[in-house]
Design a protein around this ligand. Structure first.
Ligand SMILES: [Zn+2]
Length: 262
């Protein structure tokens, strides 16, 4: 959903009008991710422009393009974005809440989300043991790791448990603003990191090309082989899962530490 904030910014900059996104059953989309967004409104007025997101159905096609998904989507609606960084603005209440939480954390820490969202595809998940190995290596270097998953997800050993301290995606994204580095797989929090412009390192899955969803603000390792990459399969892909399973997680430790120290 953060992809669409780029389209809203383009429209606002061009026409000086806020955008109302229309979704299923002609309803206004009031996603919490758009709260406080200066280019998006949840109410139709004479000063807003309606954009019907139902018209866009190229989700599978866009993965196969050479360009970023955001560019494909903006082009579809007749816009060519000047930059592709999403927009995510926090409320004062959210900022205050995160400031309170920061009091119990050291000045420098890495946030980690080892659980990729699996509702769309399982092919982006890195095995949990590999995340544990990465955490163990980073801890040897005296780095504090904060896990920011939703409460029921499995907890890594030796991390600061923030699973129940953050009540939603927005608060989690707001905390990332203050971390020294965010470490995860491709997903929503990565896009939030780019909106925040906090440092971010991503273990990118084989299933599509990094150009499709990455940004120049993100460092990454693309897990893939010459034989298998860009399969665009949402359904379980054994080859993708094997590549994730056989990935040498120790190979990216130095890159992560270097970025953390930068
Ligand atoms: Zn695959």
């Amino acid at each position: 959903m953060l992809f669409w904030t780029v389209l809203a910014r383009e429209i606002f900059n061009k026409h000086k009008k806020k955008v109302v996104f229309i979704g299923k059953k002609n309803q206004i989309i009031k996603d919490s991710i758009y709260i406080n967004n200066p280019h998006i409104s949840f109410e139709k007025t004479e000063y807003t422009i309606n954009i019907n997101l139902n018209r866009y159905r190229n989700f599978h096609l866009e993965m196969m393009q050479k360009e970023h998904g955001i560019i494909s989507r903006c082009n579809f609606y007749g816009y060519n974005p000047t930059n592709i960084y999403p927009v995510l603005n926090y409320t004062n209440e959210e900022e205050e809440r995160i400031k309170e939480l920061l009091k119990i954390l050291p000045e420098k820490f890495i946030c980690i989300e080892p659980h990729a969202k699996t509702s769309w595809t399982h092919n982006k998940s890195l095995p949990f043991e590999k995340w544990q190995n990465i955490v163990d290596e980073l801890i040897k270097h005296g780095i504090i790791i904060v896990q920011v998953s939703i409460p029921k997800q499995k907890l890594l050993d030796n991390v600061v448990d923030f699973r129940s301290k953050l009540s939603n995606f927005r608060e989690c994204a707001c905390l990332l603003k203050y971390c020294s580095l965010f470490l995860s797989t491709e997903g929503g929090l990565m896009h939030a990191s780019v909106a925040n412009n906090n440092k971010c390192y991503i273990l990118y899955p084989p299933m599509f090309h990094p150009n499709y969803t990455l940004y120049d603000r993100v460092r990454y390792t693309w897990i893939h082989s010459n034989e298998h990459n860009c399969c665009y399969k949402q359904n379980k892909c054994e080859e993708c899962l094997n590549l994730m399973k056989n990935f040498d997680e120790f190979s990216c430790i130095q890159n992560i530490i270097d970025l953390y120290l930068e």
